[in-house]
Design a protein. Structure first.
Length: 327
């Protein structure tokens, strides 16, 4: 469904060339839900804009929905749906009119668009909102309306850019069900960007991680977590004076990596967290060191990002450049 090789984009910023994307290779097969993740400034948005024909690549090749990205961008646009992070509906318009007007741009008749839109409203829990203005809808309703607009022309592939940003937990969970339904009930391929690691973990068959303009890792959520290695052991010292002693004991556990000290917390990685936890408690008790908290857990996707990029997914980075240069 998406096959890109050497996809690159260069911008000019303050008379200097900035290589926002430096040669992305990626593959997305039909029927997959693929998450595209990266810290701010990593090249994620630039890559998404290229794949959706909003920005012409500087170099590389790609086919999207069986159409060449460079020579047939119109063909790509006809076959994809795109739901932007900021949304695309006018606050003052009627919800149903927005959907029908968008469908008309794809050559659908008003009658066909109305029938199709009504069906989408039922499937996306928007029944009774056909005449409602988006400004009078809840955040979750507006996002589902955005998705209805993106699906009205029955695309093979839909791009969802940060679909749940700003939603409360209940609305996010509800939208997750609808995103799963796109694939399970329609066979739609979904290319998803998100800043929520739990969202990627819950929804995505595979995850692509981009940093410094290149793909640095890919795989299922479990495969990526297994690459981190070991369990994460976190110990919070009851007294600041004992932090160094806690770090020493954590570092002495069998197979432990050198621990990190974060204020009053010591974070280490060990091969078998359960057994290490028992040993550590015994050693702490033997030396009379009090702790206010101790836990062992399996690696998370946030641990994956820290190991791959040295920063959390939500760390603030430089914004991606927006001024073009021809190379």
């Amino acid at each position: 469904m998406i096959h890109a090789r050497g996809l690159a984009r260069t911008f000019r910023k303050k008379k200097q060339e900035v290589h926002a994307v430096v040669g992305v290779d990626l593959d997305v097969e039909a029927g997959e839900i693929v998450g595209f993740l990266g810290p701010n400034g990593a090249g994620k948005t630039t890559t998404l804009r290229m794949l959706t024909t909003l920005l012409e690549p500087t170099a590389g090749t790609a086919t999207v929905a069986s159409c060449d990205l460079i020579t047939d961008p119109v063909g790509v646009r006809r076959r994809i749906g795109y739901v932007s992070q900021s949304g695309s509906t006018a606050p003052e318009a009627r919800a149903g009119e927005e959907v029908v007007d968008h469908a008309r741009l794809y050559g659908m008749s008003t009658a066909e668009a109305t029938e199709r839109g009504t069906q989408l409203f039922r499937e996306l829990d928007l029944d009774g909102l056909w005449e409602r203005q988006p400004k009078a809808m809840s955040g979750g309703q507006r996002r589902r309306l955005d998705i209805a607009v993106g699906l009205i022309h029955v695309p093979e592939l839909v791009f969802l850019d940060e679909p749940t940003t700003g939603l409360d937990p209940q609305a996010r969970a509800n939208l997750w069900q609808h995103i799963r339904g796109l694939r399970e009930e329609r066979g739609t391929t979904v290319f998803l960007t998100t800043h929520y690691l739990d969202e990627a973990d819950a929804l995505c068959d595979r995850i692509l991680v981009i940093d410094h303009g290149a793909i640095v890792a890919e795989g299922t959520p479990d495969q990526l977590k297994s690459q981190v290695g070991g369990d994460v052991l976190t110990v919070t010292a009851a007294e600041a004076a004992h932090v160094a002693d806690v770090a020493r004991l954590v570092g002495q556990l069998p197979g432990a990596e050198p621990p990190q000290v974060l204020d009053d917390r010591v974070v280490g990685r060990v091969p078998h967290g359960g057994a290490a936890l028992v040993d550590l408690v015994r050693n702490l008790d033997r030396e009379g060191i009090a702790v206010s908290g101790i836990e062992s857990r399996r690696p998370s996707l946030d641990d994956v990002f820290l190991s791959l990029t040295g920063r959390s997914l939500r760390d603030t980075g430089a914004p991606e450049p927006a001024v073009e240069v021809t190379v």
